[in-house]
Design a protein around this ligand. Structure first.
Ligand code: NAP
Length: 308
């Protein structure tokens, strides 16, 4: 089994940028892209805030361009999920089903997944009114009512952002107190377009081809109700896809991979983490791409050092 210079695990903005840079640096990277290649942008429609695309670009089209660019410079792709890693030995080992690969360095860019409520019609209507990103999809709901589920900073931020477009924004929260910071709450309560539905859970999303409303239940009174809305934004937190690495790498309390300040270095020399699997602050396509570039440069320096 030949030892790879670098294996990149995950293939969205961070991983594919790392692939472009490491391929151009002649490191012949192997990208294990996973079955959900392309990451969260594959779930969005139009991306209007990625620099260089003034007319906007569809999320999957942007990812296809990233991939094409990496392939052009010689990055190799394997469309399977990594099932196991072993970072306790060098070279490192990465297993895909029954096949084991070895590599001198690793770039982890497995991203994060938005938590969903697990409702019957939530996934079916994803991209047809159900969204996990107001920044990405909010502008599609001009002049119509929308709803947001959650009570943290993300939900409040999304609700406030959505008031720029929507006619009315319902914030649905399961308790009678928000988790969001005070300053965000103050802004929320001052905004006349937002109506908070306290002690309320969403029981299902209504609509055949697109979202038309929500089925709700008040957990205190047990009363059922329905609201009409065309957009439903689920903002109940994200889970970083770090589980596979948790027995080797230092994770933060919130399960994101810990990286050194201003760096993508993890707690193991030669293993780097980029994008949403380590960033719980910015979580943007462009910041993920930026950290993928950082990981590639740090990886190149690391390989130079161990070859000396
Ligand atoms: P979060 O703080 O964990 O809040 C998640 C919210 O979703 C909570 O209100 C929670 O309800 C609710 N929730 C969770 N599971 C639910 C379920 N199954 N059904 C209904 N509701 C559910 O997550 P976040 O808002 O994404 O924020 C994550 C971190 O990023 C936080 O540290 C936050 O401060 C930070 N952040 C900061 C900003 C900013 O400063 N501008 C913006 C975004 C995020 P309960 O309250 O009942 O638990």
């Amino acid at each position: 089994m030949a030892t790879e210079n670098v294996i990149i695990i995950g293939s969205a903005c961070a991983g594919l940028t790392a692939a472009v840079y490491t391929a151009r640096a002649d490191l012949n990277p192997l990208v294990i892209e996973g079955y959900q290649a392309g990451g969260q942008l594959m779930l969005t429609s139009e991306v209007e805030n990625y620099p260089g695309f003034p007319e906007g670009i569809m999320g999957p089209d942007l990812m296809a361009l990233f991939r094409k660019q990496a392939e052009k410079f010689g990055a190799r792709f394997l469309t399977e999920d990594v099932t196991k890693v072993d970072f306790s030995k060098r070279p490192f080992s990465v297993t895909v089903q029954e096949k084991e690969f070895s590599a001198r360095s690793i770039i982890i860019s497995t991203g994060a997944s938005a938590n969903l409520l697990g409702l019957k019609n939530e996934s079916r209507l994803m991209g047809k009114g159900v969204s996990t990103c107001a920044t990405c999809d909010g502008a599609f709901f001009k002049g119509v009512p929308v709803a947001v589920s959650g009570g943290g900073d993300s939900a409040v931020e999304e609700a406030l952002f959505l008031t720029k477009f929507a006619s009315e924004v319902f914030l649905i929260h399961r308790r009678d107190k928000l988790r969001a910071s005070k300053i965000m709450q103050d802004r929320l309560f001052k905004n006349p377009k937002i109506k908070v539905l306290w002690d309320t859970i969403t029981e299902d999303v209504l609509g055949e081809e697109a979202v038309t409303g929500l089925k709700l239940k008040n957990v205190k009174t047990q009363k059922n109700s329905q609201i009409s809305c065309e957009g439903f934004f689920v903002a109940i937190g994200h889970t970083p896809n770090s589980h596979l690495f948790s027995s080797y790498l230092k994770l933060r309390e919130n399960k994101y991979i810990e990286t050194a300040p201003n760096s993508t270095k993890t707690s193991i020399d030669g293993v780097f983490a980029a994008g949403d699997v380590q960033d719980f602050v910015f979580r943007q396509a462009v910041t993920a791409a930026g950290s993928g570039c950082m990981a590639a440069i740090e990886c190149e320096k690391y390989l130079e050092k161990i070859h000396q």
